[in-house]
Design a protein around this ligand. Sequence first.
Ligand code: 13P
Ligand code: SF4
Length: 315
Amino acid sequence: MDAKETVFDLKEEILALKKERNAVILAHNYQTGDIQDVADYVGDSLGLAYHAKATNADVIAFCGVHFMAETAKIVNPGKIVVLPDKDAGCSLEQSCPADQLEAFLQQNAGKNYYVIAYINCSGGVKALCDVICTSGNAVKIVNQAPADRPILFVPDENLGAWVMEQTGRKMDLWKGNCYVHVEFTRESIHKIKAEYPDALVVAHPECTHSVRLLADEVCSTEKMVDYCKNAPVKNIIVVTESGMLHRLRKECPDKNLIAGPTDRCACADCRYMKMNTLQKLRDCLDTLQPRVEMEESLRKRAEAPLLRMLEQSRG
Ligand code: 13P
Ligand code: SF4
């Protein structure tokens, strides 16, 4: 932003470009507050996937990380999908390269795995899977898996372990994790609970088992909104990425929403989510770059398990 350009100017420019391009702005709950405030829809990975599929806009400006924008392209290939910063990745996506998963499946071909992939993975990984899930529907999706086949769950071992607890279904877990959520510890949550003894704790299922054990509720970012709205107390400790606090404070103005701390920081930021800025959003609407593109045969293979998820998630 040059010296004279204010946030107000930028927002005006973004709204004008949005109209000119016939674009829709979709933003994840972890985006900075200024981006959330200018978006048409703010939500979790599941809500964003539904919105990306349903939109009539010509351009989807996706404020989130790459796998989310790529998902939008997979389910709505006729649209131009732009991402403010093309380097906005995800540690979970990085923990499961498609070639490693393919080699693992070949080595274990005799097992006839039913492969369930958390949506936080590349299009290449999606193309190797039977069905996709998000943190919002993982329990539902696992409950619909064929009973006679062993399940391989990739790439998040913490979400996978939580789903096993919820469903009682045994699964083999890929050893990936979210570098942000594993930073919360039993000690850091105990400390903040001691400061707010009457507070309830809501945590994301990407947190480790020892942190989940301290939570009153474990759920996706979108479900956190309902949980906080309906909680019978004022103080709620929110154990997830810091952007969530902006959304929650807007939706639940009567609640005192406290960021869950890590051992090192008062809250946890995802460096990838925070690569997007208002300026970069303006620029991508202006230049329609960087674009998310995908080779058609790969897109088709990645689309099938995503559509299966959207179908199974409705039921
Ligand atoms: P949600 O789908 O719950 O928003 O989670 C996405 C994510 O990246 C969590 O780290
Ligand atoms: Fe990936 Fe974790 Fe960032 Fe979510 S918070 S986008 S899982 S690195």
